[in-house]
Design a protein around this ligand. Structure first.
Ligand SMILES: Nc1ncnc2c1ncn2[C@@H]1O[C@H](COP(=O)(O)OP(=O)(O)OP(=O)(O)O)[C@@H](O)[C@H]1O
Length: 312
């Protein structure tokens, strides 16, 4: 990190933004640290895009303050455009523009752009540089939109729903690319409504719901805070005649049957205590799974509804 670069590249305090009667962002505060992949996760309509567009200076807040490397994005639009690269939505590029031309064109807008040929190479687009945008595959279009976010040599790249519509392999490839970009020194703000994407990629995540930050932590911190319960599931070789054998154990909170499997939840001692009890009765758990809490559980705990159900 250069000496004059602050540890917090982006500081948002009490951001509020309305569109007529619609409150898009009610009250959002967050900081993005230099060198991290910062996730903004939330269901459709939560206010994610409005938040990042405000950081990029593309929206005028109704209230609150935003500082990007100490600058107000509204008052320093020129500098912010160079400092913050924003991934274009695919629909914003003309169908017939060639991949290489698009990069050359966007490079011409910046005072010290990256070399378009280098970027094409890094993003695996060299062989399609003369291919029209509309003829590129979904993954190639997405990589081009990432290249366009990076062409101005920004300090911060905002990537919004970058893997929507991609097949699993292209999504994985894009994830690796995002990590490389971070490793090259670009701080990344990643907007997503995919839990798995946020969990895999992000150093820290702000979960936004209804225009507010409802949680902000590392993925592991969010998960640890959400559920202290353990869950195991297994089949029994032999006959478990009575559930109370398990439900009466102090470590066990709940025993359920799902098909031929038994699902038991309880505290930290759950696994040892259930296995020991079964073994004492000559029963062996088979095909035993221990289940980790996920970001879905975090959202459920915070919002009282599940994440997919929250999507409109
Ligand atoms: N330009 C606009 N004019 C009017 N309403 C808007 C505008 N942009 C966003 N909204 C509304 O503001 C709310 C928040 O939208 P925003 O796009 O910020 O959310 P989001 O979390 O990014 O959702 P999505 O994933 O669907 O883009 C939504 O109700 C949306 O309909």
């Amino acid at each position: 990190m250069p000496e004059n670069q602050p540890a917090n590249l982006v500081v948002v305090d009490n951001l509020r933004k309305t569109y007529g009667a619609t409150v898009a962002v009610e009250d959002v505060s967050l900081t993005v640290r230099a060198g991290e992949i910062f996730g903004i996760l939330g269901p459709n309509g939560a206010g994610k895009t409005t938040t990042v567009e405000s950081i990029a200076g593309l929206r005028t807040p109704d209230a609150g303050t935003i500082r990007v490397l100490g600058l107000d994005p509204q008052r320093h639009r020129g500098e912010i455009t160079s400092l913050v690269g924003v991934q274009l939505q695919a629909s914003e590029l003309p169908d017939r523009i060639k991949a290489g031309e698009a990069l050359e064109l966007y490079a011409s807008f910046y005072p010290s752009p990256a070399d378009p040929a280098d970027l094409l190479e890094r993003l695996g687009l060299t062989k399609v540089r003369n291919t029209a945008f509309a003829k590129l595959s979904g993954g190639q279009q997405q990589r081009l939109s990432i290249a366009l976010a990076l062409i101005g040599n920004p300090k911060i790249a905002i990537l919004d729903e970058l893997t929507t519509g991609l097949d699993p392999q292209a999504r994985r490839d894009t994830w690796e690319l995002v990590k490389q970009i971070r490793d090259d020194g670009v701080t990344i703000i990643l907007v997503t409504h995919f839990m798995a994407e946020a969990e895999y990629l992000c150093d820290r995540i702000a979960i936004i719901d209804g225009g507010r930050v409802v949680a902000l932590d590392t993925p592991a911190g969010l998960v640890a805070g959400a559920r202290s319960e353990q869950r195991i599931s297994f089949r029994v070789a032999g006959v478990l005649e009575d559930d109370t054998i398990l439900s009466s154990l102090p470590a066990v909170h709940d025993v359920r049957h799902e098909g031929d499997r038994i699902v038991v939840t309880g505290n930290d001692d759950l696994l040892v205590s259930v296995v020991t009890e079964l073994a004492g009765r000559g029963l062996a758990p088979v095909d035993l799974h221990t289940e980790q809490a996920s970001l879905d559980d975090v959202f459920l705990a915070l919002a009282g509804r599940d994440f997919e159900g929250a999507d409109r």
